[in-house]
Design a protein. Structure first.
Length: 393
C-alpha cells in the first residue's frame, strides 16, 4: 500500500481545492467524534444565572437591550423598507416575535458563549420559520479534517442530527472568541466563575447569620455571689421565659430590660472581619458585572465611582457591550439568511434610533456634514448609509 504511487504511471494530477492550511490540524484528535465543551454549561448557568442576582441581571440587561436595538436590511445600493427577510425576522415562528427570538439568542450567547438558530424550510427551499436552540443541548460533530460536518441536538435519550452539506447550513452557529477551543465560544460565566462562587458563598453566609438571628445583640452574664458562676435550673428557666415573653418579637422592640442582682448586660455587634466579608461580596459583584461588560452602576452595586453619572454609564454600556454584540450577530445572521435567498444583503443595527448614543451620533453627523472636502457619496459611506439611486440624486 505504501508503494502504490510507483504503479500510477501517467496518473492525472489531483486538482487543487481552496481550503485553509490549518484545517487538517483543527480538532484532529477528535475527528469523527462529538467535541464537547470544556466546562459544564448547565452547572454554570444554575450557579451564575439562576442562583446569582448579579449574573441574572447582567444577562437580562444585555439580552433585552440587544434585542430591542433596531435592525436594518440593506445592500450597497439601498436600504430596504420591505423585504421577505424582514418579514421572517418580524415573525420568525408562531410562538415568538423578533424581540423574543433575539432575546433568547443573545441570552444563550451570553450565558454559554454559543448561539444556535435553526432554519425551517419548505419543500421548495423557502424559509418558513426560525428557532433558537438551547446551547447546552447542541454538540458539534467534526469531520476527518476538523471542520464541522453536523450538529447533534440531544434531549434525554433522543437525538436529532443536522447534517451540513453543500447548500445552506440548517443551523447558524454564532460563538464568542475562545483562545483554546476551535469549535465552541467562551462564556463570560467561565471568566467570572471564581467571583460567582465567592458571591454565592457570601450570600449563603449571610443567610446563615439570619437563620441564627443575624448575631446575638448582646449577652446576659450571670455573676453569682460567693463565687457561684452558674444559675440553678429554676432560675435559668424563669429567665428564659421572661426573655421570650417580654423582650422577643416585634411588639417588644425597644422595651427596656430590668435585670436583677447578679445579671449584667454585654452588648455585641459585628466584628471588623464581618464588615470586611461584606466588602468582599461587593467586590465579587463588581467582578461579575465587569466580566459581562455591564457597568456596576447600572445594576446598583454600591461603591463604584468609575462613571460620573448614570447617563455616561449607559452610553458606555451600549458603545462597549451592546453595539459590538449586535453588530457581530446581525452580520452572521444576515450572511446566513442570504445563502437561502441568494441576495447580497446584510443586516446591521440602526444606531440612529438608540437614545443612549444620540449625543455621539449628533456630533458625528455634524462633523461629517461640515467636512466640505467630502462629497455627498463619501459622507454617506462614512455614516454607514447606502448609495443614492439614480432617481434619488
Amino acid at each position: 500500500m505504501v508503494f502504490n504511487f510507483l504503479k500510477r504511471d501517467g496518473a492525472e494530477a489531483v486538482p487543487e481545492t481552496k481550503a485553509s492550511a490549518t484545517g487538517p490540524v483543527i480538532a484532529y484528535q477528535g475527528s469523527g467524534r462529538v467535541a464537547w465543551s470544556p466546562r459544564d454549561v448547565v452547572s454554570l448557568t444554575k450557579t451564575g444565572f439562576a442562583a446569582n442576582p448579579v449574573g441574572f441581571r447582567s444577562v437580562k440587561l444585555i439580552a433585552e437591550a440587544a434585542a430591542a436595538l433596531p435592525i436594518v436590511l440593506q445592500d450597497t445600493e439601498r436600504r430596504y423598507e420591505a423585504h421577505p427577510m424582514l418579514d421572517l425576522l418580524s415573525r420568525p415562528n408562531t410562538a415568538q416575535g423578533r424581540a423574543e427570538l433575539f432575546e433568547a439568542l443573545f441570552g444563550q450567547l451570553t450565558l454559554t458563549g454559543n448561539g444556535y438558530i435553526e432554519a425551517v424550510s419548505g419543500e421548495d427551499g423557502t424559509l418558513l420559520e426560525l428557532h433558537v436552540l438551547r446551547s447546552d443541548r447542541m454538540s458539534l460533530v467534526p469531520g476527518a479534517d476538523g471542520w464541522p460536518v453536523a450538529y447533534d441536538y440531544t434531549v434525554g435519550a433522543r437525538k436529532h442530527r443536522f447534517h451540513l452539506g453543500n447548500g445552506p447550513s440548517p443551523v447558524c452557529h454564532i460563538k464568542s472568541f475562545h483562545p483554546q477551543d476551535d469549535h465552541y465560544g467562551l462564556s463570560p460565566l467561565q471568566a467570572a466563575a471564581t467571583a460567582i462562587d465567592v458571591h454565592n458563598a457570601a450570600s449563603s453566609w449571610s443567610k446563615a447569620l439570619l437563620d441564627n438571628a443575624a448575631r446575638p445583640s448582646g449577652a446576659i452574664v450571670y455573676k453569682g455571689l460567693d463565687g457561684q458562676a452558674q444559675m440553678s435550673a429554676d432560675q435559668y428557666d424563669r429567665l428564659l421565659n421572661e426573655m421570650e415573653s417580654h423582650h422577643v418579637g416585634a411588639r417588644n422592640a425597644g422595651r427596656p430590660m430590668l435585670l436583677e442582682g447578679g445579671l449584667d448586660w454585654k452588648p455585641m455587634g459585628f466584628s471588623p472581619s464581618d464588615m470586611e466579608f461584606q466588602k468582599t461580596k461587593e467586590a465579587a459583584a463588581r467582578e461579575i458585572a465587569q466580566a459581562f461588560g455591564v457597568p456596576p452602576m447600572l445594576i446598583g452595586i454600591p461603591g463604584d465611582a468609575t462613571y460620573a453619572n448614570y447617563q455616561e454609564a449607559s452610553r458606555a454600556f451600549y458603545r462597549l457591550t451592546v453595539v459590538p454584540l449586535v453588530t457581530r450577530v446581525a452580520a452572521s445572521v444576515g450572511h446566513w439568511l442570504s445563502e437561502f435567498t441568494g441576495e447580497a444583503v446584510f443586516l446591521k443595527p440602526d444606531l440612529d434610533q438608540v437614545p443612549a448614543l444620540a449625543a455621539e451620533r449628533d456630533q458625528q453627523w455634524k462633523r461629517v456634514s461640515e467636512a466640505s472636502f467630502l462629497s455627498d457619496a463619501e459622507k454617506r459611506v462614512i455614516l454607514g448609509l447606502p448609495k443614492l439611486s439614480e432617481d434619488e440624486k
